[in-house]
Design a protein around this ligand. Structure first.
Ligand SMILES: Nc1ncnc2c1ncn2[C@@H]1O[C@H](COP(=O)(O)OP(=O)(O)OP(=O)(O)O)[C@@H](O)[C@H]1O
Ligand SMILES: [Mg+2]
Length: 269
């Protein structure tokens, strides 16, 4: 099985300390996926990097990771996410500098790799809209999995309706307060025969497929240190099971277990 992850690899910079880790939804997902999918599966990453020290940090985090890296070096800055971690360990995304991601477009060999994938995984959010649009135009017979990462801030149902037809599994990081959004997502899953997974931080996760609703509690943890990347870890574990034929309950349990280990450590990976 060939899993192709397309999107953002960059740096998570924690304020006020300035401490930093390699991060980005795609970077986090790919590294978790590499250790969760069977070794026989291929994990590939396609992402733009700048020509700055941040790019060097990303490259070295992926060196000898066993991931097939297709980093495209562009003139400009590697994406940086500024994060504050609250006293209770909950992340707050402060500001995002997307740098070279803004104008990144896929070239012919990258499109071919994507078209040949068995599983395609990518994030969708405001600053990556151009890449996402390009991605949605590629025909592939594989399973298409999209993390609608900023849906809590910008519930763009128009974008979702436009593309849901071609997406197999979609992930949303929301909160218990987003009841109305969750209801609408459930209705879309019913109408379009799609699998929609909603993670709710410490509130666990829910999934909708056709008329069915699935629930998974967050696993109890000793201490929440940093919830950054919990959703990416969850998605990687979920798909490592689901794409190999497991049922939704089993996939959700795997997601919660991996995410629980991530929230107990600083950094997203
Ligand atoms: N405080 C917590 N305690 C235990 N488990 C947690 C906690 N926060 C998150 N999790 C686990 O991680 C999963 C995903 O978390 P969350 O909904 O925060 O993802 P997210 O907002 O997409 O994260 P990110 O965008 O940083 O990757 C949850 O469903 C839960 O299983
Ligand atoms: Mg997320």
């Amino acid at each position: 099985m060939r899993v192709v992850c397309v999107g953002d690899c960059g740096i998570d910079r924690y304020l006020p300390t300035g401490k930093h880790y390699v991060g980005g939804i795609t970077a986090n997902f790919a590294r978790h996926a590499r250790s969760l999918f069977p070794a026989a599966d291929e994990i590939a990453v396609i992402a733009p990097l700048g020509n700055d020290p941040e790019a060097t940090a990303v490259r070295s985090a992926f060196a000898s990771s066993g991931i097939d890296c297709h980093f495209c070096e562009l003139d400009g800055a590697t994406p940086v996410q500024y994060i504050n971690v609250r006293e209770d360990g909950e992340k707050e995304f402060l500001r995002y500098e997307e740098g070279v991601l803004r104008n990144f477009e896929l070239d012919a060999p990258e499109i071919e790799l994507i078209a040949d994938s068995d599983v395609l995984v990518a994030p969708a959010y405001l600053q990556i809209a151009r890449l996402f649009d390009g991605l949605m135009q590629i025909r592939t017979n594989g399973t298409i999995c999209i993390d609608f990462a900023d849906f809590a801030q910008h519930p763009d149902f128009e974008l979702l309706e436009r593309h849901l037809e071609s997406i197999d599994v979609s992930f949303f990081g929301l909160s218990g307060n987003d009841e109305e959004t969750i209801e609408k997502l459930a209705a879309m899953a019913r109408a379009q025969d799609k699998l929609i997974v909603v993670t709710l931080g410490g509130g666990g996760s829910i999934a909708f497929q056709r008329k069915r609703r699935y629930e998974q509690q967050a696993l109890p943890v000793d201490q929440v240190i940093d919830t950054t990347g919990a959703g990416d870890a969850y998605a990687a574990a979920f798909l490592s099971r689901y794409c190999h034929g497991a049922g939704i309950n089993e996939a959700m349990a795997a997601g919660a277990a991996r995410a629980a280990s991530v929230v107990q450590r600083p950094g997203a990976f």
